[in-house]
Design a protein around this ligand. Structure first.
Ligand SMILES: [Zn+2]
Ligand SMILES: [Zn+2]
Length: 108
């Protein structure tokens, strides 16, 4: 056992991401590299019954925060919303996220 928590990394099928909904939530502008792929849960490893949270679009520096998807393991259904960045250090997770900050978890 090491002391470092692990990141969840559950995957949301990118073919199922509702990009039109994402564009509604925040119209951009976006560049091709702004689409996160794969979409992976960024939280510290958590019980399977809890929702996964992963970035689906990165916003540029003039638009703080990122576009996040929330989903449960299963059918690919997900919610999409714009969330502010976590204010702690260089954490790349959203403000108010559960678990450890991104710089505290190991990324295999
Ligand atoms: Zn997860
Ligand atoms: Zn954080």
């Amino acid at each position: 056992m090491t002391g470092r928590p692990r990141v969840c990394r559950a995957r949301l099928d990118p073919a199922r991401v509702d990009q039109a909904r994402a564009a509604d939530v925040h119209p951009g502008p976006y560049a091709p590299g702004d689409m996160a792929e794969p979409v992976l849960c960024a939280l510290e490893d958590h019980p399977a019954r809890d929702a996964h949270h992963g970035i689906i679009r990165y916003l540029d520096l003039r638009s703080p925060g990122e576009i996040w998807a929330t989903w449960h393991t299963g059918d690919g259904a997900h919610e999409i919303e714009h969330r502010a960045d976590c204010p702690e250090g260089d954490c790349t997770t959203y403000a108010g996220h559960p678990g450890a900050h991104s710089w505290q978890v190991s990324r295999p």
